[in-house]
Design a protein. Sequence first.
Length: 196
Amino acid sequence: MNYEDLIQKLIDQLTELPSIGPKSAERLAFYILSQPESLADDLSSTIHDARSKVIRCEICMNYTVNRICQICANPNRNDRQILLVASPPDLAAIERAATYKGKYHVLGGLLDPLSDITPAKLNIAQLESRIHNPQVQELILALNTNVEGEATAYYLTERLSRDNLVISRLGLGIPVGADIEYADEKTIAQALISRN
Ligand SMILES: [Zn+2]
């Protein structure tokens, strides 16, 4: 393999990452080459470390390095509330707002029949078994307000309803169609207070 092929391979692999187009990939590839070898070594070993050591929490399915994540293991977090998010970045956004003191569950996506995302492909069974615990009094659906988010919220409300369980949705502070992941802390805090 000559050097052009090697650089092209690097560019191609970087292009596979989300929001990295061919131009950005090329810029990154040449930047990496221009820097001391230690940058490439550190970067690749950090990526490898993160990928090999980070696993899913057995309870909430968020990322963790232990069997049980720090939030699930924290006795000061309220066990009576479970806040459902589609993905770990949404959970991180809500944690940054530092308002919510209950537990979480990560669904792993939103229902989308066109892309073959069916209920069986999401972490619904795990959530269902947690909800069966009568100690849980409230399920807060913090799902994006796009078509998939609405369909998922409707499906879950039908499937998980039981006596003495309040199923609420994050309030209207989050604009319709907006991503929770990118909402600012004040908006999230307000949405939590005005959930319905
Ligand atoms: Zn957890």
